[in-house]
Design a protein around this ligand. Structure first.
Ligand SMILES: C[S@@+](CC[C@H](N)C(=O)[O-])C[C@H]1O[C@@H](n2cnc3c(N)ncnc32)[C@H](O)[C@@H]1O
Length: 277
């Protein structure tokens, strides 16, 4: 029996309950930092910027205000529907909301002035080679001189956090009409962080839970995000003509490795790299 890949189950109707605190205010803090690292779009470029894995669109309006035309792309129909609700009327500068897979971006070569992969919208497809296809797509759609902003987890910090957790420790949260049971762990070879998630309706709230896609049998999946070293990300990018030009360790602008995440910025060079395996 074919089952949906984890990233389809995880980014369904219930996702906004889990990440309600990841809101537009946090999105603005992130977007305040990024232009201090590199231009969101090259000076004088009229090409749009792509928010790759835009989710419910919390960065889009602020991006459009700052730089002009913006396109959001996401695979999740549920999250794109929320993005459309967020912008019931055309926001000036919002050039499009597209449903698609980041491994096959439905945009022409060199047609984007910048690409943003915000809040860990990367590393979902297994190992280095499987994720390389996303880097290839980013490089293909980026115009020369444009930047790829990769907002990613700090793999060392995640490993430290997991090492400090008792094995199998469950975290339970009740959010709205749903109960979430989560266990975080490393996969067998330590290359990915996994989170086993079980979502059920809180007894007595079954009808409300249905509105978040949680039926009588509940929903379960295992999130799987690659724990790439900085050097691995750099090598993947360089192999595709993307060269690191700036970095930070948090939305506050802490140095890399001294904050809670990695903000890595790669510039699309005229000469493509030689490939990387
Ligand atoms: C962690 S969320 C981040 C969303 C958004 N960038 C934010 O900051 O709120 C990751 C996003 O990637 C999207 N996604 C997952 N797999 C995808 C794929 N194969 N192609 C396109 N988008 C995908 C999810 O639907 C989700 O919206």
């Amino acid at each position: 029996m074919m089952t949906d890949p984890w990233y389809q189950a995880a980014f369904g109707d219930h996702y906004p309950l889990l990440y309600a605190h990841r809101d537009e205010a946090e999105a603005r803090r992130c977007l305040d930092l990024l232009p201090r690292l590199a231009p969101l779009a090259p000076a004088g470029s009229s090409l749009p910027v792509l928010d790759l894995g835009c989710g419910d669109g919390r960065h889009l309006e602020s991006l459009a205000r700052r730089i002009g035309p913006v396109i959001g792309l996401d695979l999740s129909a549920s999250l794109l529907a929320l993005a459309r609700k967020r912008f019931p009327h055309r926001v000036s500068g919002l050039a499009g909301l597209l449903r698609g897979d980041m491994r096959r971006i439905p945009l022409a070569d060199g047609s984007m002035g910048g690409v943003l992969s915000l809040f860990t919208s990367f590393g979902y497809f297994g190992n280095l080679r499987d994720n390389l296809v996303v880097v290839e797509e980013v490089s293909r759609v980026l115009d020369v001189g444009g930047h790829w902003f990769l907002d990613y987890l700090d793999c060392r910090r995640v490993r430290r956090e997991l090492a400090a957790l008792p094995a199998g420790k469950q975290r339970t949260r009740v959010l709205g009409p749903c109960r979430f049971d989560e266990v975080r762990r490393l996969d067998g070879d330590g290359s990915r962080v996994l989170k086993d998630v079980v979502v059920r309706a809180v007894p007595g709230h079954e009808e409300q839970a249905k509105a978040f896609g949680i039926g009588p049998r509940g929903v379960s999946y295992t999130e799987q995000v690659a724990l790439f070293e900085e050097s691995e990300l750099d090598a993947m990018a360089e192999g595709r003509g993307l060269f690191r030009c700036a970095a930070a360790g948090s939305y506050r602008g802490d140095p890399l490795g001294e904050g809670d995440r990695w903000l890595l910025v790669y510039r699309r060079d005229a000469v493509k790299g030689q490939g990387h395996d």
